[in-house]
Ligand binder design. Structure first.
Ligand code: NAD
Ligand code: UGA
Length: 480
């Protein structure tokens, strides 16, 4: 029986391995992690991540051909294929700080594999890594090989959170990169056979190692670039009276462009877009390509601009000050259907409002107080280190309360901001909310989920990204 071990039981390692176990009953899959709390949660009824459909998949396989363990060395030494899906954060200090990928966790995983291996292994890069990482990993493994043969493959993951299980069941493509040697080709075939249990072979793309590594960075950069493009248009829409939803619908109807990833928002978040673009920028700079680096840097600059613009709209609408005012924040996760808050635009928006001395009342159906407090007090990039290495009890942020429903959050508030597009925010009783708010009552919709006209009829002053402006806002500067 083929044995697979995955190092890293996170948002990628957990769901991908659970789906491999489900689709390949003849393969034994072990997911290992250094975090005892995470592994305990994977073995409990409350999984460590919220992802629609994940519970069912895990319940079907756990205890059969799927296990979660902290005994990293045992499972690695027994495995034929070792996936590595550990964190690859942005470096916070030293060479390339603020841009380059920090491969500390990857390197320590590779050294551990070399230490404990007693048989030949295929080592698969599942984490998103800089181009040429495989070469470094190969060197670590071969210099410590004790005669064991290691084949390195790059098999980047393209799942999106919130839809991870359906993305894994029905991927647009699976990408496998490997060495173009007979041993490399054989390793590619072995991994292709795993996916071929459920993915049509014409959707399994095989390339060389460097193309696979770069394709992952390129795919995320292209997706993020579309969002920054539409967000840049949203600013122009507000200035001209055009409606960004109509513009993106018209633009997306061109089959060469397509409709996806054209929703204007308060900005993209998530653990990867910014990290991977910074990483791409650094690689371009290291390869003497400053023009290319600057092109991609702009995608992040527009994203930051969009978040700042949103905060400034709020402050300038509310008589240029939010000091002492209660502002309800509806949604904190970086997108709907996940409890993940990594790089969520809500962090920057909340920090901006707190900087102007607002009192925040935050509600998100999947994010708890502890997480929100950590996010608002943590230093930039610290979040992407294993949980046990993050500050244990960061100083809590006063002037922030976290509540468990939208009506409590908005009671007596001067304004409400929608920062995540949870479906339930469309169905709220906005008349009731209006009746219980201070007047004038403001709505700032960062996800274009509310019916603007309906809310204006109720009496709200409404700002919705990229939509024709309320008379109240027309003469106010977008950026102050
Ligand atoms: P994560 O932080 O959720 O999980 C990583 C896990 O690795 C953590 O639980 C950590 O404790 C563990 N770990 C770190 N070093 C270890 C070691 N030496 N031994 C054992 N365990 C170790 O991260 P994630 O979101 O799953 O992302 C993992 C990688 O996949 C990143 O490179 C990311 O860029 C990439 N990726 C993420 C997504 C996503 O949607 N989150 C999608 C595609 C690719
Ligand atoms: C993204 C990619 O979609 C995945 O293919 C990739 O595997 C993953 O990054 C990764 O490498 O981590 P994810 O970040 O989970 O997935 O979620 P997305 O659906 O891409 O959304 C990212 C951010 O963009 C969210 O904040 C979302 O609200 C925002 N977004 C998305 C928009 O503002 N507008 C859109 O039209 C689409």
């Amino acid at each position: 029986m083929v044995k697979i071990c995955c190092i890293g039981a996170g948002y990628v390692g957990g769901p991908t391995m659970a789906v491999i176990a489900l689709k390949c009953p003849n393969i034994q899959v072990a997911v290992v992690d250094i975090s005892v709390a995470r592994i305990n949660a994977w073995n409990s009824d409350t999984l460590p991540i919220y992802e629609p459909g994940l519970d069912e998949v895990v319940k079907k396989c756990r205890g059969k051909n799927l296990s979660f363990s902290t005994d990293v060395e045992k499972h690695v030494s027994e495995a034929d294929i070792v996936f590595v899906s550990v964190n690859t954060p942005t470096k916070t200090q030293g060479l390339g700080a603020g841009k380059a990928a920090d491969l500390t966790y990857w390197e320590s995983a590779a050294r551990m594999i070399a230490d404990v291996a007693k048989s030949n292994k295929i080592v698969v890069e599942k984490s998103t890594v800089p181009v040429k990482t495989a070469e470094a990993i190969e060197k670590i493994l071969t210099h410590n090989s004790k005669g064991i043969n290691f084949q390195i493959l790059s098999n980047p993951e393209f799942l999106a959170e919130g839809t991870a299980i359906s993305d894994l069941f029905n991927p647009d493509r699976v990408l496998i990169g490997g060495r173009e040697t007979p041993e490399g080709k054989k390793a590619i075939e072995t991994l292709r056979d795993v996916y071929a249990h459920w993915v049509p072979v014409d959707r399994i793309i095989c390339t060389n190692l460097w193309s696979a590594e770069l394709s992952k960075l390129a795919a995320n950069a292209f997706l993020a670039q579309r969002i920054s493009s539409v967000n840049s248009m949203s600013a122009l829409c507000e200035a001209t009276g055009a409606d960004v939803s109509q513009v993106s619908h018209a633009v997306g109807k061109d089959t060469r462009i397509g409709p996806k990833f054209l929703n204007a928002s308060v900005g993209f978040g998530g653990s990867c877009f910014q990290k991977d673009i910074l990483n791409l920028v650094y690689i371009c700079e290291c390869n003497g390509l400053p023009e290319v680096a600057n092109y991609w840097k702009q995608v992040i600059k527009v994203n930051d601009y969009q978040k700042t613009r949103f905060v400034n709209r709020i402050v300038s609408s509310m008589f240029n000050t939010v000091s002492g005012k209660k502002i309800a924040i509806l949604g904190f996760a970086f997108k709907k259907d996940t409890g993940d808050t990594r790089e969520t635009p809500a962090i920057d928006v909340c920090k901006g409002l707190i900087g102007d001395k607002a009192k925040l009342s935050i509600y998100d159906p999947q994010v708890n107080q502890d997480q929100i407090q950590r996010d608002l007090s943590m230093k930039k990039f610290d979040w992407d280190h294993p949980v046990h290495l993050q500050p244990m009890s960061p100083t809590s942020v006063t002037d922030v309360s976290v509540v468990w429903d939208a009506y409590t959050a908005t009671k007596d508030a001067h304004g409400l901001c929608i920062l995540t597009e949870w479906d339930e925010f469309q169905k709220l009783d906005y008349q009731k909310i209006f009746d219980n708010m201070q007047k004038p009552a403001f709505v700032f919709d960062g996800r274009n989920v509310v019916d603007v006209e309906k809310l204006r009829k109720i009496g709200f002053i409404v700002y919705s990204i990229g939509k024709p402006l309320d008379d109240w806002l027309k003469d106010m500067p977008a950026v102050v």
